[in-house]
Design a protein around this ligand. Structure first.
Ligand SMILES: [Zn+2]
Length: 297
């Protein structure tokens, strides 16, 4: 069983992205990629925040895709938490009113959260509190305020993330993006914070410190940000995977049919060559996400 925790899938993709010059993936294209890589199920993360580089998706669209391919997709919901965009979403109860409906309709979590507001913004805190109450994990992309792009705003060292990890101990947060993974090394230079730093990983990175301190933090290894961070220093990586095997989760994050995500091939090779255990491989590729989402697989 292989589960991809990070997919973006559209029922009717029509517009090309200025970045890839292709549309986002249709459900059929996503299924073809899953079949070619042996992926049994994929979590669909709706792109619904203002900054997402795509047409804003509805939960109805996500449910429709899930219904077209029974058993292959796991739906997440998404909400743009910002005021005054949503005057109906101000209090924790307002968020709960919406989230409970999503939950009853089958949603298993929330994401990808890419809203450019700080973790400790009052409307963000209300959304996080409501997610903790309904037991929705959140997949997030993070970025620094000085950098153009999408993502929850935080500073080098992930100091705002730590505030919410501490404040919401039962809220599971799945970290993703260059701004998250660059923090794996304490040698991080400010200019590399939102990029893909290479070279040896130095112990004491904020990401590692937070994983040790907060059991509610998890790592989504999707896209280049996750895979390159794991590939940059194998001596560090094998120890990292051994220590955090219960907290690392496979994701791919295809944004175009032109992408070629090599995460599964890399993990299989690492297992075959005995750098990671069979158990760690199973946890990363399916068991961890299955346990967190209560899939019973
Ligand atoms: Zn994504």
């Amino acid at each position: 069983m292989i589960i991809d925790c990070h997919a973006h899938v559209f029922a009717f993709p029509k517009l090309a992205s200025p970045f890839s010059k292709t549309t986002w993936l249709s459900a059929q294209e996503q299924i073809r990629i899953m079949d070619s890589k042996g992926v049994d199920k994929a979590v669909i993360l709706p792109l619904s925040n203002a900054e997402c580089c795509a047409e804003v998706q509805s939960f109805g669209e996500i449910l429709y895709i899930c219904e077209c391919f029974p058993g292959r997709f796991i739906p997440y919901c998404n909400i743009d938490p910002r005021l005054p965009q949503r005057p109906d979403l101000i209090t924790v109860d307002h968020f709960l009113y919406i989230l409970e409906q999503y939950k009853n309709l089958g949603a298993k979590g929330l994401g990808e959260l890419v809203a450019r507001i700080p973790w400790n913004d009052p409307c963000m805190l209300n959304l996080l509190e409501a997610c903790q109450i309904v037991n929705f994990p959140i997949t997030f992309h993070t970025i620094t305020p000085d950098y153009d792009g999408y993502g929850v705003l935080d500073y080098p060292g992930l100091e705002l993330l730590e505030i919410v990890l501490k404040r919401f101990p039962h809220l599971r947060l799945f970290g993703h993006s260059p701004g998250f993974w660059s923090e794996i090394s304490s040698s991080l230079r400010i200019e590399d914070k939102n990029g893909y730093p290479k070279g040896p990983v130095k112990e004491g990175g904020a990401l590692v410190n937070l994983l040790r301190k907060y059991p509610n933090l998890h790592c989504d290894i999707s896209a280049g940000s996750g895979l390159f961070a794991l590939q940059r220093d194998p001596d560090f990586t094998w120890k990292f995977i051994e220590e955090f095997q219960d907290r690392i989760i496979l994701g791919l994050d295809y944004g175009s049919v032109k992408n070629d995500m090599q995460h599964i091939e890399w993990l299989k090779k690492a297992k075959l060559e005995n750098y990671i255990s069979e158990l760690a491989y199973t946890k990363i590729t399916s068991r961890n996400i299955s346990t967190i989402l209560g899939l019973g697989l």
